[in-house]
Design a protein around this ligand. Structure first.
Ligand code: KG4
Ligand code: ZN
Length: 340
């Protein structure tokens, strides 16, 4: 017999954010995110340090999620956790914790695919969140992934396009590093781009057929451009940072939107939902809004809180899996690489 209501505790630890959330059915009661500042000085996530920070953070983060939700652990119905993809050492902290607690409480364990969670975050019952209808197209853009997914149902998803090399968030972070910006550079570029001229510099777009993406060429183009300009003027980056960021961001948004136009044409689906850290980007949000007016699309953009890595998105998947009684085996293992 299903306990009603369903209280899910979810744990996300795939990269450099330790997060725990408590849901009552499909509604968020709490969503605590501890970001790891330790990586900033290295300009990227250091896997070993990430695992250690998860170990430090996980107990206080879970305690805070439960107390903010005002839910006692003995009232929990299930524990959901991220199985993958992600950094193995980081995933293992979350999965070991989830398994131990589920075993101690004698409740089901639910494993969740991180990218599926970025897509299903749209189904969290929260104020002002619009919920897409099936089928819809999801553009998942994060530090580790860039995919176009045809979403037929909660657990019927088909990847119809993906990056052949770097993820879009990686392109933001690596190009930002070349410009001397901090980590993660995506939000910094976004902020500077708002004050710059997007037409000032031109970066050539990759020529990849169909729905696949490539960002490594753009990265090289930015590198050569900066090297050339700095030779002529050593202060070039400092003097032009806003225009460089605006022009770079426009190129990335154009690449994403060009592919989405092909995907809409190929599938006839005009509902577009975005997910993943880069969906926080103001350029892509504006472009989607314009496509609603200009192209007749309906766009779905998650609340900022659900764009970056967070356990609320793991909890919503946990809830739908609970309804289907789709529980994990306690012997199941974390996977750094995991297909959708
Ligand atoms: O989904 P996420 O939190 O973690 C992964 O699963 O990768 O995404 C993190 C990525 C980073 O590359 C970060 O630079 C990028 O999302 N990001 C942004 C913005 N906010 C975060 N990129 C562009 N514009 C933003 N506003
Ligand atoms: Zn993510």
């Amino acid at each position: 017999m299903t306990k009603q209501p369903i209280y899910t505790l979810a744990i996300e630890s795939s990269c450099d954010d330790t997060s725990a959330a408590v849901f009552k059915n499909n509604k968020k009661l709490s969503n605590i995110i501890a970001s790891q500042a330790v990586h900033e000085k290295y300009g990227g996530v250091v896997p070993e340090l990430a695992s250690r920070a998860h170990q430090q953070n996980i107990v206080p983060v879970v305690d805070q999620a439960l107390s903010q939700a005002k839910v006692d652990r003995k009232d929990l119905s299930a524990i959901a956790y991220t199985k993958g993809p992600g950094l193995l050492g980081s995933l293992l902290v979350g999965s070991s914790f989830a398994k131990s607690l589920a075993m101690a409480l004698d409740i089901p364990l639910i494993e969740v695919h991180h990218m599926q969670a970025h897509i299903l975050a749209h189904f969290i019952d929260d104020e002002n969140q619009k919920i897409p209808q099936f089928p819809f197209l999801a553009l998942t853009i994060s530090g580790g992934h860039t995919q176009i997914v045809k979403v037929n149902d909660f657990f019927d998803m088909q990847v119809i396009g993906e990056t052949l090399d770097d993820a879009v968030g990686e392109a933001f972070d690596k190009c930002g590093k070349m410009m001397g910006l901090g980590y993660p550079a995506g939000p910094i570029i976004d902020k500077l781009a708002k004050q710059g001229n997007p037409e000032r510099f031109t970066f050539s777009k990759p020529k990849v057929s169909g729905l696949d993406f490539s960002f490594s060429g753009l990265k090289t183009a930015v590198l050569y451009f900066l090297q050339k300009e700095k030779k002529a003027n050593p202060n070039f980056v400092d003097e032009n940072i806003k225009d460089i960021c605006a022009s770079f961001q426009k190129t990335v948004v154009d690449i994403l939107m060009d592919k989405m136009k092909i995907a809409v044409k190929d599938t006839g689906i005009t509902q577009i939902a975005i997910g993943g850290g880069v969906s926080a980007n103001s350029g892509i949000r504006t472009a989607l809004k314009q496509a609603e007016i200009g192209l007749g699309w309906q766009s779905y953009v998650p609340k900022f809180e659900y764009c970056l890595d967070n356990a609320a998105m793991i909890a919503i998947v946990g809830y739908y899996k609970f309804l289907q009684q789709e529980f994990a085996d306690f012997g199941s293992t974390s996977k750094a690489r995991l297909k959708l």
